[in-house]
Design a protein around this ligand. Structure first.
Ligand code: IDP
Ligand code: MG
Length: 143
């Protein structure tokens, strides 16, 4: 459905495991454009805002501790149907269930550490893409 933008974040496990280049290469090979990117240490407050929808869930505290445990790499990607395309490319939330050919499937740690440490975030809808792009980069990056 035309050109759109999505928010992607390589999480601290992906950075620590030196997977940044491999992950970004997959997007470039797929013909997706990088609009901007930065390395950042996600603060507690930013983590709470980003993951507000998960507040109260059993994994919420672990998730906040994990996402603030080291540097992440944040990107805005652009392309045709990029929100759903990137969701397909990252694979299932649980790396154990992510199919081969997906980022979470192919690059998962063996043995698996946890569902939380799944290397990458990507917006799941047009609405969350807009919200997350604004939150991490500002509204000037919205299409
Ligand atoms: P998504 O990243 O595939 O969109 P969400 O359901 O939005 O998955 O969950 C956000 C993040 O919370 C996941 O990427 C993962 O890091 C963590 N998470 C989700 N479900 C679980 C769980 O059941 N146990 C532990 N961590 C989880
Ligand atoms: Mg999600």
């Amino acid at each position: 459905m035309g050109i759109s933008r999505t928010y992607v974040m390589i999480k601290p496990d992906g950075v620590k495991r030196k997977l940044v280049g491999k992950i970004i290469n997959r997007f470039e090979e797929a013909g997706i454009n990088i609009i901007t990117m930065k390395m950042l240490d996600v603060s507690r407050k930013l983590a709470e805002q980003h993951y507000a929808e998960h507040e109260g869930k059993p994994f919420y505290d672990d998730l906040l501790n994990f996402i603030t445990s080291g540097s992440s790499v944040a990107l805005i990607l652009e392309g045709n149907n990029v929100i759903s395309e990137v969701r397909k490319m990252i694979g299932a939330t649980n790396p154990a269930e992510a199919k081969s050919g997906t980022i979470r499937g192919d690059l998962r740690e063996d043995p698996l550490k946890s569902v939380t440490e799944n290397m990458i975030h990507a917006s799941d809808s047009d609405q969350s893409a807009k919200r997350e792009i604004r939150l991490f980069f500002g509204k000037s990056f919205l299409l």
